[in-house]
Design a binder for this molecule. Structure first.
Ligand SMILES: Cc1ncc(COP(=O)(O)O)c(C=O)c1O
Length: 388
């Protein structure tokens, strides 16, 4: 066990605990107000009222119309619906066949774009990223063609925490009449999310990343954006995401989003100080270590590293034995013993790329937690390097 003698959870980019205030807000919608929000009787009306109140709350945070929002079954689902929805609509009207994205997107975007290419014949351009994982907006401008229908660039990277120059990219898309999608799943509660300021047409959020429940996402589609639903069924959620809506989940997402936004600035100051203490401590204590991602334009809670000649997955296992939860990169690719694709795209060679480790701080973390990690990590790295 680490020196705090209690478990230290430092994997808030993978998921967060549900805020007790969120649990309380959701409570009535399991067994009491359990109606189907599409039913016309009182039970249904009560559920529909709660659902529309949740939608309005989320719309207030995002600065959009409630009608532009649809609740989904996950962040992944929201990204899938956004990309296929825009691409298929363009196919239907002959408005374009070309997509632009980056090599560092989460698989929710990356694999969807790949499928649009492989199965549906869309052409794809990947704009490169620099050594910090950042896109140059001028590269996006240069990649735009007359048949480009959509650009997708994530707001902040899950693995290395880098924040993208979104406003500039959004403006370029607007100038060229190209749709702009951003995966904002790591950004909610950590960066401002006023969608109009960002010139975003489509975006995705996921409640469990900001102290809400798992299995609930949010899809934003700017009004008048051509959209073909990739899920078909009843007309729920304005036909964009058919399927009986998870009312408790929607209430949970909206409550969590409101709280995260209200507390964002104060939480940001606190987490940034902890993050910087962790980064400085680790770089100082462990030889042959690099910070990955942008040194300043990075998420306030996110500290990620590459350790030369040691496997990130082995580090995660060893830290877990000390009662410390971290991640060796994207949570969803945990278990793959390959170098991180994100670090490869950023130019890291395999001897560094296999050694990706991410700590993501959250509400429960303290300076004592950070200091315990700084103490626990160096002997672990030394031991694992010695085993090779
Ligand atoms: C950037 C990003 N996009 C998409 C997802 C997928 O979200 P969900 O877990 O809600 O499907 C994640 C989750 O790790 C993420 O970090």
């Amino acid at each position: 066990m680490n020196k705090t003698q209690r478990p230290i959870y430092l994997d808030h980019s993978a998921t967060t605990p549900v805020d007790p205030r969120v649990v309380q807000a959701m409570a009535p919608y399991w067994s009491d107000a359990f109606g189907n929000a599409s039913s016309t009787h009182t039970w249904g009306e009560d559920a529909a009222t709660a659902l529309e109140r949740a939608r309005q709350t989320a719309a207030d945070v995002l600065g959009c119309r409630p009608t532009e929002l649809s609740f989904t079954g996950s962040g992944t689902e929201a990204d899938n619906l956004a990309l296929r929805g825009a691409a298929w609509a363009a196919r239907q009207t002959g408005r374009g066949n070309h997509l632009i994205t980056t090599p560092v997107e989460h698989h929710a975007v990356g694999h969807t774009v790949e499928q649009l290419h492989d199965l549906f014949g869309f052409e794809v351009t990947l704009v490169p990223v620099d050594q910090y994982g950042q896109v140059d907006p001028d590269d996006v401008r240069r990649a735009i063609r007359p048949d480009t229908l959509l650009v997708s660039v994530m707001m902040a990277n899950n693995e290395v925490g880098t924040v993208q120059p979104l406003v500039k990219i959004g403006r370029i898309c607007q100038e060229h009449g190209v749709l702009f999608h951003t995966d904002a799943i790591q950004a909610a509660g950590r960066l401002p999310l006023e969608l109009d300021d960002l010139h975003v047409d489509l975006t995705a959020l996921s409640a469990h990343k900001f102290y809400g429940p798992k299995g609930v996402g949010l899809l934003y589609v700017r009004r008048n954006t051509p959209f073909v639903p990739a899920i078909t069924g009843g007309g729920h959620e304005r036909g964009r995401r058919p399927g009986t809506v998870n009312v408790a989940g929607a209430v949970g997402l909206a409550t969590a989003l409101r709280l995260a936004e209200e507390e964002r600035v104060d939480a940001g100051h606190r987490l940034r100080a902890l993050r910087d203490r962790l980064i400085a401590g680790v770089l100082d204590a462990v030889p042959e270590t690099q910070l990955t991602g942008h040194p300043r334009q990075r998420l306030c809670h996110h500290a990620s590293f590459a350790f030369r000649n040691v496997e990130g997955t082995s580090l995660v296992i060893a830290l877990n034995l000390e009662g410390i939860a971290a991640s060796s990169g994207a949570a969803c690719s945990e278990g793959e013993a390959e170098p991180s694709f994100v670090l490869q795209a950023m130019g890291f060679t395999p001897d560094w790329g296999i050694g990706a480790l991410r700590f993501s701080l959250g509400r429960s973390n303290t300076e004592a937690d950070v200091d315990a990690v700084i103490e626990a990590l160096p002997p672990i790295v030394e031991r694992l390097r010695g085993e090779d």
